[in-house]
Write a protein that binds this ligand. Sequence first.
Ligand code: ZN
Length: 67
Amino acid sequence: MLTEAIAAGGSSLRDHRQATGELGYFQHAFRVYDRDGAPCPTPGCTGSIRRITQSGRSSYFCATCQH
Ligand SMILES: [Zn+2]
């Protein structure tokens, strides 16, 4: 998904943002995958993102809302 977004170009992200009036899923995904410990993107949640590794794969989730 990250590669697809890059291929689409920044203008695509801006268009999406304008169309919906909010940041949208792509923006949230970037925030989650950017770094461990980032603020949870879920509205109203004050948790932070944690990275876990299972079977050699990294996953990210919020310890508070589990998303
Ligand atoms: Zn959360």
